[in-house]
Design a protein around this ligand. Structure first.
Ligand code: ADP
Length: 677
């Protein structure tokens, strides 16, 4: 420790007692050298004489006695960064002027280039005769304090400038600080709130919330992002997100709480809008599917009305047709959503009003915040916006549904008792739904027209085939009698040919009649147990007589396939498939038949080496009246496979085809085997 012979000169003891004097000196020495504050003294020439360890550490160097003037610092600066001459330093001035220079902020640069901010206290030292003998200076390192101050300043600036309310309160719930953000959200000024209970901004029905919050705070818990409501000075409730943390004193004891409150009005509005949009999209998606899939006018209109009523938030929605019906009414209510149909029907029709004309004739969208007081419609007779007896309506919106050819098919109407419910956004959404609905309605209407025509065709086929059946049966009977009684050989030959043609005709008419019965759901089966394999062999035997062009080869034959089915209908299936195999393989001379059984069912396959069927037509050949592309000289009605499939499926079986164009086809069907008791 550096020690100058002069250092006793700074001790200004007045004690008369020698030993007490010594005691004082040693205490003072200890106090000086061990002080955590940098202290040093200079003689009256300004040379550093005594200094303590704290000063050496602060300067970053040890001054040279008799050389360093005024200070042990390497370099010193003004607070603004300008270098300070030692001769101008407060230490030099204190010596020169013989007065104290306190609280001077200077910056010291140390030999290692590090910087220290210090608070300087320089004072003159006088001897017993009041003669100045030097100076004594204390340097307080404020480098870190400065950072803390800066931090404090930044934090204060944040608290002052944030939009969030930052409030502190004590454990009694009394407000202790209130920032401008709090004033902005709640309307109260700092002076109006500090010292007041926080309950002032808590709505009456939520006051217990504060008790719970305080309880949790006392336990040291932090409350994060609590969504709640608070009351503003004007009495309005505002949604906020609250984060509350306990505030502790330097001993760690909880003395209050700091609250950060964020106004989430806008956030909630956006969340609500997103939710609503998502819901609308879901509704529109589901609606789009229905519109595409359903070809049913009634169903489409009801779905459109329901969905659009939901999207607009209307109390009721309705679809009115713009067509003249048998009674001459030209605006007919078709579907309704959100209210009883009676509330409209009792109004009486037609409902032509000037208001409706805009939509139904002029193709305009009409949207009114309050139709009854709207200057555009409210003053127009006879209804003044709303017809007499109409359910109360304020908000009104009507969107025309326009066909692709530009006619107004109808209109979607929406109403609500409250004012201002419908927006331009609703107008846009409903507008696009309406144009989709128009297409769907046109398709559905066309489809319904086709259905009517198709029903008429079925009716005709059923009637015609029934009417044809009776004369064919009697012609057949007369021909059979004639064949027996005819003596002339040529005559018998002709009768035989006529009979064959009548049989062909009979089978065509029978197929027609059967198909009508299937469509009308009138086909009936006489079920019985029989052996399918025996039936197959019988059918093949009979078939061989009439078909000499092809050899029918039965392969992999197995016996005893008992089924529970209509034998006559299964026989019809076998004849159909065998006839087709022969008919559609004119250049071949073989047909292969095989049977297998597995997992409770029997499968019969009939394979030919004929013209085959293209991949795209494979699925169509089982539909009614469908005939695949092929030579035009092969006759048929396109009913055989339709009947075959219907018969097999109604016996809980299935039928499939494998085919290669130009190579041949393999039709195979399965039937469940009869259960053996
Ligand atoms: P039809 O024989 O009276 O036309 P089907 O319903 O029996 O009616 O057959 C429908 C269509 O399927 C036929 O027109 C023909 O194009 C095709 N088809 C049926 N069987 C075969 C087959 N074995 N080979 C090739 N095409 C076939």
């Amino acid at each position: 420790m550096p020690e100058s012979s002069d250092h006793a000169s700074i001790i200004n003891s007045t004690s008369p007692d020698e030993s007490e004097e010594l005691n004082h000196q040693s205490i003072f020495k200890h106090f000086f050298y061990e002080s955590p504050f940098a202290s040093y003294s200079c003689n009256k020439e300004g040379y550093v004489t005594v200094f303590n360890q704290a000063a050496v550490e602060l300067w970053g160097r040890t001054p040279e006695i008799g050389k360093d003037l005024y200070c042990g610092s390497w370099r010193i600066y003004h607070p603004d960064g300008k270098q300070m001459q030692l001769s101008d330093s407060p230490m030099a001035l204190a010596l020169k002027e013989g007065r104290a220079y306190d609280n001077f902020l200077i910056t010291i640069e140390r030999p290692d280039r590090t910087i220290k901010n210090v608070m300087l206290y320089a004072r003159p030292i006088f001897d017993k005769n009041k003669c100045q003998i030097g100076t004594h200076s204390i340097l307080v390192d404020v480098t870190n304090m400065d950072v803390t101050d800066k931090k404090q300043a930044i934090l204060s600036a944040i608290v002052e400038s944030t939009d969030n309310a930052i409030i502190s309160k004590n454990l009694d719930g009394k407000v202790t600080s209130w920032n401008p953000g709090a004033q902005q959200i709640f309307g109260y000024t700092e002076s109006e709130m500090v010292g007041q209970s926080i309950l002032k901004i808590i709505p009456a029905d939520r006051q217990t919330e504060e008790i719970e919050i305080l309880d949790r705070l006392k336990k040291g818990e932090r409350i994060e992002h609590l969504q709640t409501m608070r009351l503003t000075k004007s009495g309005k409730e505002v949604p906020i997100s609250l984060t509350i943390s306990p505030v502790r004193d330097s001993w760690g004891i909880i003395i209050g709480a700091s609250k950060i409150a964020r106004d989430i009005t806008e956030e909630l509005r956006i969340q609500k809008a997103i939710k609503k949009n998502t819901q609308n999209l879901e509704i529109l998606n589901a609606l789009g599917k229905v519109i595409l899939e359903k070809l049913d006018v009634k169903a489409v209109l009801q779905k459109v009305t329901d969905a659009t009523t939901k999207i607009t938030g209307a109390e009721f929605g309705a679809f009115f047709y713009n067509a003249v019906n048998e009674e001459g009414e030209n605006l007919r209510l078709f579907s309704i959503s959100g209210t009883e149909i009676d509330s409209f029907e009792k109004l009486g029709m037609p409902m032509n009003t000037q208001l409706f004309d805009l939509t139904f004739k002029d193709k305009q969208v009409v949207r009114s915040a309050n139709i009854a007081s709207d200057a555009r419609y409210g003053s127009n007779g006879p209804h003044h916006g709303i017809p007499v007896g109409h359910m109360p309506v304020a908000s009104y919106m009507a969107v025309p549904v326009i066909s692709t050819s530009g006619e107004v098919i109808g209109s979607l109407l929406f109403g609500h008792r409250q004012e201002n419910v419908f927006t331009t956004e609703h107008e846009d959404i409903i507008g696009s739904v309406a144009s989709q609905a128009a297409v769907a309605l046109e398709n559905s209407t066309l489809f319904e027209g086709i259905k009517v025509l198709s029903a008429k065709k079925d009716e005709f086929i059923a009637l015609a085939s029934h009417e044809l059946k009776t004369p064919i049966t009697s012609i057949k009977g007369y021909l059979q009698i004639s064949a027996r009684t005819e003596k002339d050989e040529l005559g018998r030959k002709f009768i035989g040919k006529a009979l064959a043609q009548v049989d062909k005709l009979d089978s065509l008419v029978t197929d027609l009649l059967d198909s009508s019965k299937i469509v009308a759901g009138k086909i009936q089966f006489n079920l019985a147990h029989f052996d399918l394999y025996t039936l197959l062999l019988d059918v093949i035997d009979t078939f061989k007589y009439a078909n000499k062009t092809h050899e029918i080869i039965v392969m992999d034959s197995q016996c005893d396939y008992m089924v529970f089915a209509d034998q006559q209908r299964i026989e019809q299936v076998l004849i159909n498939l065998l006839s087709n195999a022969v008919k559609y393989s004119p250049k071949a001379d073989k047909v292969y038949v095989s049977t297998t059984s597995a997992q409770g069912s029997v499968t019969i396959s009939i394979r030919d080496e004929g013209m085959g069927i293209s991949e795209t037509q494979k699925h169509l050949i089982f539909t009614r009246f469908y005939r695949a592309d092929g030579p035009s000289n092969i006759s048929g009605l396109g009913l055989g496979l339709y009947l075959t499939k219907e018969i097999i499926e109604r016996h809980h079986g299935s039928i499939h085809v494998k085919s290669v164009l130009g190579k041949g086809s393999n039709f195979y069907f399965s039937l469940p085997l009869a259960k053996v008791d």
